[in-house]
Design a protein around this ligand. Sequence first.
Ligand SMILES: C[S@@+](CC[C@H](N)C(=O)[O-])C[C@H]1O[C@@H](n2cnc3c(N)ncnc32)[C@H](O)[C@@H]1O
Length: 173
Amino acid sequence: MKKQIDKDYHLHIFHAKQCDPKKCTGKKMARFELARIFDKVQKIPRGSILLDPMAKQALSPADKHEQNITVLDCSWETVEEVFPHLMRLHLQHRALPYLVATNPVNFGRPFKLTSVEAFAAALYILGNKKQAEKILSKFNWGHVFLDMNKEPLEDYSKAKDSNEIIKIQSEYM
Ligand SMILES: C[S@@+](CC[C@H](N)C(=O)[O-])C[C@H]1O[C@@H](n2cnc3c(N)ncnc32)[C@H](O)[C@@H]1O
């Protein structure tokens, strides 16, 4: 049988410089060269998926064909103000479905993921579990994210499209 080779996605972090650099998961990913970090919107690759908690459409396996995934690493205090500014760029805004954060700051809170958790969830849903495990392995709490969210992540990764993701999500909320 032909072995399926996982496609590694290009991960990008638009950094708004609003967080404590010692605690920032985006900065740590960049130090390990797991993502490219920049502070200019112009550097976000055109057509990239933008992980946006306020997006109307949920990320789903239907987005598998994309190569680039971007997060906006900013303070949660400013998300409602910053994301609308990015609407003018030609990006594919996608929200992540119900998942629980396991980072020390927001442990147990649904939807409020760190940048690395958001990337890992997206990679899992898009079918690259290995890349998800790799980026989380740099954080001592990282494996807990996949353990605690295993069931929904597996279900989401088998969904057809955004509508199906929303249906599955309602079973977990
Ligand atoms: C608000 S920043 C906070 C980063 C945090 N300071 C850190 O150290 O990782 C987290 C980013 O991850 C993405 N993200 C987090 N939760 C998400 C969700 N439920 N849906 C879509 N994107 C999400 C967004 O790009 C969001 O701006």
